[in-house]
Design a protein around this ligand. Structure first.
Ligand code: PEP
Ligand code: MN
Length: 474
């Protein structure tokens, strides 16, 4: 295997400066015709049919008057981190619920998912030897695209559940009516979640001297829990040694960590209402999260989502399945990152191991040929969904096989694996089958809590981190 530094990075020689001088409406010259509402001239898929336009206007106006959830400067920091990941100098760990829910909202739930993400990042840093960019699918991951507009059950047909920001999951006529004031509740829940995440990140909880205390109770006796504790002890020893050498454990780098938020940019009324002009740069940022991605179902080149996303200056992502043609991918990248800014765009591939081995090399080749800079991220969840005993599930072995294929393809192409994107939780759920903890098909009905797609539980997530670390070390 070639060492990382000798890999042919998908980074072209001449690197464009970040967007040039803004014009009077705050848009860069490459953003001709763009405004926060220009998406309204295009076809917007996956939007709810609200029964009352006046109430939509009221909810929109209310959110528009609220403060931004994030600050544009944080987005620029994240973009710098993602550019490092594109060069193989950092690795992205993006994870959280498929869909956050109003009814599953508590400090403990937020803390447990955050804690597993911290544990995983320690495994990747210590085991894989790279800085880890922590990006939660948290504090705003509410809207869900659906394959079908209607859901059938026992001969009854109702509009599909589209995430708590739109309608309710209960299978009743009332719950499924889209309610625009759910936007306001989602904003408030996001603000409260983000507040706690910021507190954990800078208030001492995430300090490197606390690594051994992050292990979850129910993990203590599992293989993953033990492997983690073993690693934590080695980190403690290293910190003690560095302390003896004179390292000051009170420095911010020892006590704080960077943590960013992300969600799918799907519900465009909400995203537009939170899009604000940054007074520092005069550019538009979608202040609902640090990072937004465009889903597999809404990434049409001439569609409303691509139109909206091309203009916001946050770092962004786009999901790509095997259905994507390499030359179309190049056009889409050109549209979303016309100035070829490093770290601006992550391409999140999700197609299952077999298709990834078959189709992904041609995509890397085409993007490389075009001289485009992207951060390649592996989502091993969405190409591996299956149905079992009436539950939507995923097999750990298939998820792992896709991550394996992702690293293998990059090894053979000399390109850079930039990160992983996981649906996961710190809860002890039984939603995905397999892994060392051996959740079986019969266990699915025991603790199946997700409102949408099945998530890796804490043990499965940690097991995945150990696998990724082993690949980063090679
Ligand atoms: C998701 O991330 O939950 C999702 C719906 O993904 P995709 O757009 O890749 O299907
Ligand atoms: Mn999902």
């Amino acid at each position: 295997l070639r060492p990382r530094s000798l890999r042919r990075a998908t980074v072209p020689r001449a690197v464009a400066e970040p967007v040039a001088k803004p014009s009077s409406n705050g848009a860069s010259p490459t953003l001709a015709g763009w405004s926060p509402e220009s998406w309204r001239q295009r076809v917007a898929l996956q939007q709810p049919n609200y029964p009352d336009a006046k109430r939509v206007e009221e909810a929109y106006t209310e959110i528009k008057s609220y403060p931004p959830l994030i600050f544009a400067g944080e987005c620029r920091t994240l973009q710098d981190r993602l550019a490092r990941a594109a060069r193989g100098e950092a690795f992205i760990l993006q994870g959280g619920d498929c869909a956050e829910a109003f009814t599953q909202f508590s400090a403990n739930q937020i803390r447990d998912t955050y804690r597993v993400l911290l544990q995983m990042s320690v495994v990747l840093m210590f085991g894989g030897g790279v800085p880890v960019v922590k990006l939660g699918r948290m504090a705003g991951q509410f809207a869900k695209p659906r394959s079908a507009d209607l859901e059938e059950k026992d001969g009854v047909s109702l509009p599909s559940y589209r995430g708590d920001i739109i309608n309710g999951p209960e299978f009743t006529t009332e719950a499924r009516v889209p309610d625009p004031f759910r936007l306001v509740r989602a904003y408030n829940q996001s603000a409260a979640t983000l507040n706690l995440l910021r507190g954990f990140s800078t208030g001492g909880y995430a300090g490197l001297t606390r690594i051994a205390q992050w292990n979850l109770d129910f993990m203590q006796n599992s293989d993953e829990g033990k492997a983690y504790m073993d690693l934590a002890r080695r980190v403690d020893e290293a910190i003690q040694f560095m302390g003896a050498c004179g390292l000051d454990a009170n420095q911010p780098i020892m006590k704080e960590t960077e943590f960013f938020t992300s969600h799918e940019c799907l519900l465009l009324d909400y995203e537009e209402a939170l899009t604000r002009l940054d007074s520092t740069t005069g550019l538009w940022y979608d202040c609902s999260a640090h990072f937004l991605w465009c889903g597999e179902r809404t990434r049409q080149l001439d569609g409303a989502h691509v139109e909206f996303m091309r203009g916001i200056q946050n770092p962004i992502g786009v999901k790509v399945s095997d259905k994507m043609d390499p030359s179309k991918l190049v056009s889409l990248i050109a549209s979303l990152n016309p100035d070829n800014v490093p770290g601006r765009l992550a391409v999140i591939v999700r197609m299952g191991a077999a298709k990834l081995r078959e189709k992904f090399p041609a995509m890397i080749e085409a993007v490389d040929e075009a001289g485009q800079i992207v951060t390649w991220v592996c989502d091993p969840m969405h190409g591996n969904t299956e149905s079992c005993n009436g539950f939507k599930t995923r097999r750990y072995e298939n998820v792992r096989a896709e991550v394996e294929a992702f690293f293998d393809v990059h090894d053979s192409m000399g390109s850079v694996p930039g990160g992983v994107h996981l649906e996961m939780t710190g809860d002890n759920v039984t939603e995905c089958i397999g892994g060392g903890s051996a959740v079986s098909a019969d266990d699915l009905n025991s603790r199946y809590h997700t409102h949408c797609d099945p998530r890796l539980n804490a043990e499965q997530s940690l097991e995945m981190a150990f696998y990724v670390a082993s690949r980063l070390r090679q």
